[in-house]
Write a protein that binds this ligand. Structure first.
Ligand SMILES: [Fe+2]
Ligand SMILES: [Fe+2]
Length: 138
């Protein structure tokens, strides 16, 4: 699988995890902290690796002078990570109410922003696909 296909596949996996995460914030009963932290960790591990891989890939694109919104994507990564940290802190506090508020605010923002970010990235991936094949980069 080439790099773009790999990144798209990881996007797909993350989107599946979003559904799980947004359900947690919707329940009326206290939010299960352990279950939430397992889900958050699973998504976080995938996202960390994905981001690292992407930023390396974006640098390659930049060096090859391929038109790609490199800086904007990296800024968005940092911005999205800010919402992530709020959720992580709420989990660490082990306070159900804090966690509910965090999932309801930063959790939703996280999912919304990352979803848009991935759509935007994929739009640009599709644009560079022919160039990439021509240059044979991975
Ligand atoms: Fe990204
Ligand atoms: Fe991505």
């Amino acid at each position: 699988m080439d790099m773009i296909d790999q990144l798209k596949e990881e996007h797909r996996q993350m989107r599946l995890m979003f559904k799980d995460l947004s359900h947690l914030a919707d329940q009326d009963s206290p939010i299960p902290i352990f279950e939430t932290s397992v889900k958050i960790d699973r998504l976080g591990n995938l996202w960390d690796k994905h981001e690292e891989k992407e930023e390396r890939f974006f640098k390659n694109l930049q060096q090859l002078k391929i038109n790609f919104p490199f800086e904007r994507m990296v800024i968005e990564h940092r911005e999205i990570r800010g919402h992530w940290r709020v959720i992580q802190k709420a989990i660490d506090s082990k306070d159900n109410n804090k966690l509910r508020i965090a999932l309801d605010t930063d959790g939703r923002m996280f999912i919304e922003k990352l979803t848009k970010h991935m759509v935007y990235e994929e739009m640009h991936f599709d644009e560079i696909q022919p160039t990439k094949q021509h240059l044979n980069i991975n």
